[in-house]
Ligand binder design. Structure first.
Ligand code: PLP
Length: 384
């Protein structure tokens, strides 16, 4: 059996070497390392793929979130609602900008931000909601956009984990994750579904004025050379990274299909296990459908009931199976983000999830033998 990896970047590279190597070489030969033609080309191709008017590349996903918030003109003291169960980057940029993070609980079944909790958190100071499309599946965007409209709030989608996923609304219309709200932010960190060979990120919007504002912010607040109209940042996607991404973009749907195929096999193996809860697909999708790309499985995350999750992690590692706990600590309990305003009773779901979740190896190169070994090792442990 091939060595099992959490993410198999080398295996994926072997399949695209013939395209990626000359693309990288081309950047080096032409020495246009910054703002080379590859950046613009990738931007255009991603706009087409996503069906969004503007893609603004930047240096990483954390910057993308920060710049999106700067572009919307959010000011210190403004309250921004986001999920308690996400990667820290989401809340970090809110705090860095002097905005007030308001963490709320998530759903037990899809791990995404809970709509009732969002509603309850709205105050006269609330200015924005940041849904995170966690593990590769969209939050309930129809409900979130309706709340935002009613209360005149901005919505910023953290799409770092769901690039290529579709959201299906109640009328059956499909829209790509990250393109539904005022602005979306994504990451091209190597292990993301569309990853480069270093750091990278992008901001998406259909709003022409906001796109213009953001293009200036990423470039030192410059709209005319050496005229600095607003305080900006320096956040660029390297030409080499753009070349890698442009070579990988045509493969994204196939990559996401491969992830879904692996997820389906995991689900089948655990189907009769009552203490192993497989990930639920929502937004009108039963099971893992082939046709709508509703879930792109950035992570395949189980909930383990009536067993010691941490002992399972240890057991898997001892058997050469890497796994992850995303996330082990609720953000409202992290030293940097703890606050007297928070009430433990409001985080019942997150407090429980952090004890139960385990993410299994998930990538484009998993084979049946590996999946069989992983699932059997888990089942044997649970039946211990
Ligand atoms: C990866 C990630 C980010 C940050 O992306 P970087 O490119 O690492 O800065 C932000 N939010 C979520 C949910 C992520 O998973």
């Amino acid at each position: 059996m091939k060595k099992i990896q959490m993410v198999d970047l080398k295996g994926q590279y072997e399949g695209i070497k013939d395209v990626v190597n000359p693309s990288i070489q081309n950047v080096i030969e032409n020495t246009a390392f910054i703002n080379g033609p590859q950046v613009h080309e990738f931007q255009k191709n991603l706009e087409t793929y996503l069906g969004v008017k503007h893609v603004i590349p930047c240096a990483n996903g954390t910057d993308a979130l920060q710049i999106a918030m700067m572009g919307l003109g959010l000011k210190p003291g403004d309250e921004v609602i986001t999920a308690d169960f996400t990667f820290a980057a989401t809340v970090e940029v809110i705090a860095l900008l002097g905005l007030t993070p308001v963490l709320v609980d998530v759903n037990e079944d899809d791990f995404n931000i809970n709509i009732e909790a969002v509603k309850n958190a709205i105050t006269p100071k609330t200015k924005a909601i940041v849904p995170v499309h966690l593990f590769g599946q969209c939050a309930d965007m129809e409900a979130i956009l309706a709340i935002a409209k009613e209360h005149n709030l901005f919505v910023i989608e953290d799409n770092a984990q769901a690039i290529g996923a579709n959201y299906t609304d109640k009328n059956g219309n499909k829209t790509k994750a990250g393109t539904m709200a005022d602005v979306g932010a994504t990451s091209f960190f190597p292990s993301k579904n569309l990853g480069c060979y270093g750091d990278g990120g992008a901001i998406f919007t259909n709003d022409d004025d906001l796109a213009h504002t953001i293009r200036g912010i990423v470039n030192h607040g410059m709209y005319e050379r050496y005229h600095h109209d607003v305080v900006g940042v320096n956040s660029r996607l390297d030409s080499i990274q753009a070349a890698v991404l442009d070579a990988k973009l045509p493969k994204l749907d196939a990559y996401n299909n491969a992830r879904r195929a692996a997820a389906r096999k995991y689900n089948a193996a655990f189907a009769s296990e009552e203490n192993i809860i497989t990930p639920k697909t929502v937004n009108g999708c039963e099971g893992i459908c082939d046709t709508c790309d509703c879930h792109v499985f950035h992570q395949y995350t189980l909930k383990i009931k009536n067993a010691d999750r941490d002992a399972l992690v240890k057991h898997l590692n001892e058997n050469g199976i890497p796994c992850g706990v995303y996330y082990p600590i609720p953000l409202h309990k992290q030293k940097a983000y703890a606050d007297d305003r928070y009430n433990e009773a409001d985080f019942e779901v997150t407090n429980q999830l952090v004890k139960e979740v385990i993410s299994l190896p998930m990538h484009t190169e998993l084979d049946d033998e590996q999946i069989e070994f992983i699932t059997q090792t888990i089942i044997n442990f649970i039946h211990g």
